[in-house]
Design a binder for this molecule. Sequence first.
Ligand SMILES: Nc1nc2c(ncn2[C@@H]2O[C@H](COP(=O)(O)OP(=O)(O)OP(=O)(O)O)[C@@H](O)[C@H]2O)c(=O)[nH]1
Ligand SMILES: [Mg+2]
Length: 366
Amino acid sequence: MKCKGCGVELQTVDETVPGYISERVLNERLSDGRPVLCKRCFSMKHYGRLDAQDNPVHSLENLKVYLKTAGDILYVIDLSDFNGTFRGDILSLLTGHRVHYVLNKVDLLPLEVKIEEIKAWAVETLKAPERRIKLVSSLNGYGVDSLFTYLKESGENYTAIGVTNVGKSSLLNALARSNEITVSRFPGTTLEVTPKRLERAGITVYDTPGVFTGDRVSDLLSVSDQSVLLPRKKLERYTVQFHSERTVFAGGFVRIDAVNNSDPVGIFHLFMPESVSIHETNSSIADAQWDSWFGNFLKPPFNGLAKSALVWKREQYSLKTGQELHVNGQGWINIAKGPVSLSITLPESVRLTVRKGLVGPTKFKR
Ligand SMILES: Nc1nc2c(ncn2[C@@H]2O[C@H](COP(=O)(O)OP(=O)(O)OP(=O)(O)O)[C@@H](O)[C@H]2O)c(=O)[nH]1
Ligand SMILES: [Mg+2]
């Protein structure tokens, strides 16, 4: 018998291994006719807690296995971390499948950015037909009914894939109007491929474990700290009129310096989760204080990590008005007035992407 929450085989033998449920609770639940959840799902669902020893990792190799038997694909992407979750390495495994793109968490984008603008941007960026791209919020239900109707009319068998925490399980719950599948702020919640039958539509959607990445800011954090970084509300906007000799920190991991010697250098907005502390200072102070501010005044990281434990790199970008520099796993820098040359210092593993702005350059007053 499998756990209804995460899909893992239930067992009553070893508390430290996934799928554990005590024999007493199992018997009680079965005789009451209640859904049976493993202990791990129970504590995530009811207490928002994850056992410390629990650290599942699912890779692209795992995804390849799920894809062998998959029909149509629902590639679920997190709009608040678009480039961190829409990935070439995943896309390259999808050839031969019909792919439908579900851009989830639309509720986290600024209200000023209209749905039609996001859609037009997504069509251009994904290079996919418009009808295959759906904007949704599994949290507040936006676009879910329309996706339901589309899926009903387009096929019978779908597999929802994507990286961890993009909201695959939340999407399935929203489509099924249930909360049976376990959803949590911790990456790696779903442990096995699990079919969800949507009787109203006559279709089956398979949930899959999210793929772990290595190039996002979140990947530098413990599982519980990743849950802190995950945005709880709309991404926050912080506007900077940038000058030479000035530095902006976006948390402890991202340092932005001006390269130009002109004054002012430009204007940009940062769109970041609310847990990221933003701080502007003189570059000389930044040089002197970064090590001691790291993880204290400047979060993330949220605890424990020393700056010296990481390998750092510096990259330089010349960005035009309307372009964005996306930081995998932590939001993006939007150029409101360019051109601007920025020097970004960040951990070697974190990938940056220059992209056409999701937020138009005239959207916000300066
Ligand atoms: N703001 C917002 N949060 C969402 C949305 N959908 C999911 N979430 C949150 O994102 C987190 C991860 O959701 P899950 O559904 O567990 O994500 P998943 O892709 O199944 O994750 P794994 O099973 O770990 O691969 C949870 O805290 C959800 O509440 C959404 O549309 N908007
Ligand atoms: Mg899941």
